[in-house]
Design a protein. Structure first.
Ligand SMILES: Cc1cc2nc3c(=O)[nH]c(=O)nc-3n(C[C@H](O)[C@H](O)[C@H](O)COP(=O)(O)OP(=O)(O)OC[C@H]3O[C@@H](n4cnc5c(N)ncnc54)[C@H](O)[C@@H]3O)c2cc1C
Length: 404
């Protein structure tokens, strides 16, 4: 009988355990979990509603997975969103796909997802040992020895490492002495601290902007929310994901350029302003503005362009038009740090993908040692892509162990 130890009862570990238990009933499977209960992060995911996957219809893999897109292509071919949805629905979890592609349980409760996973784990006799933090892994006797904090060590023929994002120095200690290469872990999916005066506009949201990190080609599009600490919203979360390394290397001190009318060319903006001058010559600059830009924000942009909000459109000369046009296309703001995003937070970096067999997710150097989930150098933007990576990886490892 093969002894399989899975380290970490999160999304990837539990999905691997549930599938391995089913397809390989002869394996003796134990999941070791440091926390007091399994699936803690899945429980709070998506604000408690659990955005467990995505239809992947309107997005390329490169845009969804800034790190790991190539490997994800393979993993999704083996176990993609259709298989994921089938897996959960056939276990009694009714699902709903929203218009933006995000997949949730129809109950809008993560407990539907965690319940299905744990039900399957128990059905196949997989043990979950909570309160067991694995301190280190040692290759021993054609297998591995797991040293568990405050408890006797255990032996396993095969080990699956699903410890999640390596966000702290302590979390990487488990790999000490194993000769594995780690891509430096840095945070992803955070909001940006931007000093006053823009924070005076706290509460304003703009449906579509384009953001670019100055000095790089990193950009994102989407809605922007101005908060009392700076910028938030989908465009910012995407930028933090695409620019996770750039921002970390620059100690979260950078400049972000905002294009307030990303759908319009400079020529189109000039025509729009010419239309305001012709159509509303006697009106103040503050009173007529594009529908996409809220009035308070428009007044702020007028200020950035050095224009008096009370001036009449008839007084707008060529130079003023050029200045306003320039600010609408590019308003620069200093980033002074990052802030935690309450709904989701993932780690960019982890075990280097070059060390991993792309089909089995087995370490090339350490046979019988597998990885799945966020511990790998794979991470995604928001939208259910991160959990899908955990399900896909967990499934592929289960299949690989069953056929080894
Ligand atoms: C608040 C929040 C909300 C999120 N919402 C979503 C969402 O809606 N959709 C989405 O796609 N993604 C979401 N994510 C991201 C997603 O939850 C993660 O990417 C995913 O859970 C990663 O799965 P994992 O199994 O790799 O790691 P985890 O789920 O983090 O599980 C790792 C487990 O390993 C355990 N562990 C760690 N070290 C050890 C050790 N040494 N010994 C034993 N056990 C150990 C941990 O306690 C943990 O239980 C969210 C993240 C956060 C923080």
């Amino acid at each position: 009988m093969t002894d399989v130890a899975i380290i970490g009862a999160g999304a990837a570990g539990c999905f691997c355990a549930a599938n391995l238990g089913r397809i390989c009933p002869e394996a003796n499977i134990t999941v070791y979990e440091a926390a007091r209960r399994p699936l803690a992060k899945v429980s709070v995911s998506g604000g408690g509603k659990c955005n467990l996957s995505n239809s992947f219809e309107d997005i390329s893999l490169e845009k969804a997975y800034p790190r790991g897109a190539r490997l994800m292509k393979r993993l999704l071919a083996a176990f993609g969103p259709a298989e994921c949805m089938e897996w959960f629905t056939s276990r009694g979890v009714s699902l709903v796909t929203e218009s933006d592609g995000r997949v949730f349980p129809s109950s809008q409760k993560s407990s539907s997802v965690t319940g299905a996973l744990l039900g399957e784990i128990h059905k196949y006799g997989v043990r979950i040992k909570t309160g067991c933090r694995v301190a280190s892994i040692e290759a021993k006797d054609k297998g591995y020895r797991l040293n568990i904090e405050g408890q006797p060590a255990v032996r396993a023929d095969k080990v699956v490492v699903t410890v999640g994002g390596l966000s702290t120095a302590k979390s990487t200690k488990i790999f000490d002495g194993m000769g594995l290469t780690l891509e430096r872990p840095v945070p992803s999916l955070f909001t940006l601290k931007v000093p006053t005066p823009v924070t005076a506009l706290s509460g304003i949201s703009v449906p579509s902007v384009r953001l670019r990190l100055t000095g790089s080609k990193i950009e994102s599009e989407g809605a922007l929310l101005i908060t009392d600490w700076g910028f938030s919203g989908p465009a910012v979360l995407k930028l933090s994901s695409y620019g996770a390394r750039f921002l970390a290397e620059n100690s979260y001190s950078a400049t972000v350029s905002v294009c307030w009318l990303p759908e319009s060319s400079e020529q189109e903006i000039r025509s729009l302003l010419a239309g305001y001058i012709a159509g509303h010559p006697g009106k103040s600059l503050a009173s007529v503005h594009p529908a996409e830009i809220p009035g308070r924000l428009w007044t702020f942009i007028l200020g950035l362009a050095g224009l008096d909000k009370e001036a009449r459109y008839s007084s707008l000369g060529d130079k003023a038009i050029s200045r306003l046009c320039a600010r609408l296309l590019d308003s620069s703001f200093e980033i002074r740090g990052r802030a935690r995003f309450k709904d989701e937070f993932v780690t960019c970096g982890g075990i280097s993908l070059s060390e991993i067999n792309p089909t089995s997710l087995e370490s090339k150097a350490c046979k019988g040692l597998y990885f799945a989930g966020e511990v790998l150098d794979i991470d995604a933007i928001t939208g259910g892509f991160n959990l899908q990576a955990a399900w896909s990886g967990g499934y592929c490892v289960a299949k690989a162990i069953a056929s080894s």
